[in-house]
Design a binder for this molecule. Structure first.
Ligand code: G6P
Length: 459
């Protein structure tokens, strides 16, 4: 029987799901897709070894999901993962030209690892299997598989934004990269906005024939379909987490430690795209305007460190430490501290409990492909007494969650104003907003996302 072969840089085996809060959305989504379709998940083990990808494949099966992983050499990790993927493509795709590094060597490393992945995964692909490649680390992989004679249907999903053409053309060899994408059969984006940017590029820079109604892109006699598939959360799995003792304990722990103060929470990988220093500025502005409310409100920022070998990540961490330190120094009393800043990840069950205890969820990325924390925050609320989601209008999720309190994350005044509104919002308004959002989060879940993509890929 034909199977699904999923390929992504990061492979998170089910037994490691406890760390979900630190993983970003991709890993959880793929676990769920693979539990449904028997298949194989291929990618990097996360380990470094001398032989790297040539050292052989490690295969394991947990909870119905088979993973096949390869190690990478130190040089591959430096050039492909820390270099081209996370110091070139990630900042560029998040509109941060100021942080984007353009190094020829890392570009070569990126191509080398894509080639090594293609070589390692090719023997796992059998006739009629569907192949589904994920994210910016592996854009050229489909073309590398084609050059090895793979004629199967191959899809690609980009979990992050696609930048406007004017930014994207600053990438040396941009045309070569996008031309490799035309070797896929189906390309998925999180939102219509990123899809539009991609189609614009194909028309203006490649001279491709684009049909916006169907998303078909034709160049040199080959046609690929590009569409938007907004990713969702695994609703049932997440609700099951909320039913655990671990979750209830986490909720109680937060409630008893905040007592009469309203808890406001943010959970983000420590990444400059998440707008953390800007968020802290907004919170600082709120306390400047309402110093007495330091007794009403406590902000909890959970920020597990991420990509620590990349310089821009080290800088953002230092900046955030300074900013939280400044506000706490200026606004704390002996018995109250306004910001709790925590550099670690929590399990999904614990996060559920924290989200439920927190009456305000603050999700204010400067740019984000989707952002599943926003959806998880909504999913964890008590329907009778739901909290308020404050959401950046620049997160992909804002296109679905229009009933959140939408903010411009660059504006401290806007964020401060939204916090005030959330604190004072009536129960009726909170319920009305929650009812609409929760329907979307429930209905447009990760199972539907998988089915939609896989159905279209099957053709
Ligand atoms: C984002 C990316 C994923 C990535 C995750 C965690 O969600 O879209 O591809 O896996 O961040 O980042 P990391 O570098 O730790 O894999």
């Amino acid at each position: 029987m034909a199977k699904l072969v999923v390929i992504s840089n990061r492979v998170a085996v089910p037994k490691a799901r406890g760390a979900a809060g630190a993983q970003g959305g991709l890993a959880g989504a793929l676990n769920s897709a693979l539990r449904k379709h028997s298949g194989v998940w291929f990618g990097w083990s996360g380990q470094e070894s001398e032989e790297g990808a040539g050292g052989g494949i490690d295969t394991q099966t947990h909870d119905g999901v088979t993973t096949a992983t390869v190690d990478l050499s130190k040089r591959d990790i430096d050039e492909y993962y820390n270099g081209y993927a996370n110091a070139t493509l990630w900042p560029l795709f998040h509109y941060r030209l100021d942080l984007t590094e353009y190094e020829r060597e890392t570009g070569k490393g990126y191509e080398r690892v894509n080639e090594a992945f293609a070589e390692a995964v090719t023997p796992l692909i059998e006739e009629d299997d569907l192949v589904w490649v994920h994210d910016y680390h592996l854009i050229p992989l489909g073309e590398r598989l084609r050059s090895r004679g793979i004629t199967n249907r191959i899809g690609f999903f980009l979990h992050i934004p696609w930048p406007p053409t004017r930014l994207f053309v600053s990438l040396p060899y941009h045309e070569r990269l996008v031309r490799t994408m035309l070797q896929y059969d189906l390309i998925g984006f999180q939102t219509q906005e990123w899809l539009d940017s991609f189609l614009h590029y194909c028309t203006k820079e490649l001279g491709a024939e684009v049909d916006e109604a169907t998303g078909s892109v034709t160049l040199d006699g080959r046609t690929v379909t590009a569409r938007a598939y907004p990713i969702g959360i695994d609703w049932d799995h997440f609700q099951a987490q909320g039913d655990t003792g671990e979750s209830r304990q986490a909720e109680q722990r937060l409630l008893s430690s905040t007592r009469r103060r309203t808890a406001m929470i943010g959970v983000d990988r420590l990444d400059y795209s998440k707008g953390l220093p800007e968020r802290i500025d907004g919170i600082g502005r709120f306390f400047d305007q309402h110093p007495e409310r330091v007794r009403d409100l406590v902000y909890i920022q959970v920020a597990p460190p991420s990509r620590e070998d990349v310089e821009s990540y080290q800088q953002i961490r230092t900046l955030l430490e300074q900013k939280t330190g400044q506000i706490n120094g200026a606004r704390s009393e002996v018995d109250v501290v306004p910001i709790r800043y925590v550099n670690r990840g929590y399990t999904h069950a614990q996060l559920y409990g924290f989200f439920r205890a927190a009456k305000i969820g603050l999700v204010t990325p400067l740019r984000d492909g989707m952002n599943l924390v926003a959806k998880e925050y909504v999913a964890a609320q008590d329907p009778d007494d739901p909290g308020v989601l404050i959401l950046s209008r620049f997160a992909g999720a804002a296109q679905q969650l229009e009933d959140a309190v939408l903010v411009n994350p660059h504006s401290p005044d806007d964020v401060a104003h939204a916090i005030g509104r959330a604190l004072d919002m009536t129960l009726d308004e909170r319920r009305a907003r929650y009812d609409k959002m929760v329907r979307t989060v429930h209905d447009e879940n990760v199972q539907n996302w998988t089915e939609d993509f896989v159905t279209d890929l099957t053709g």
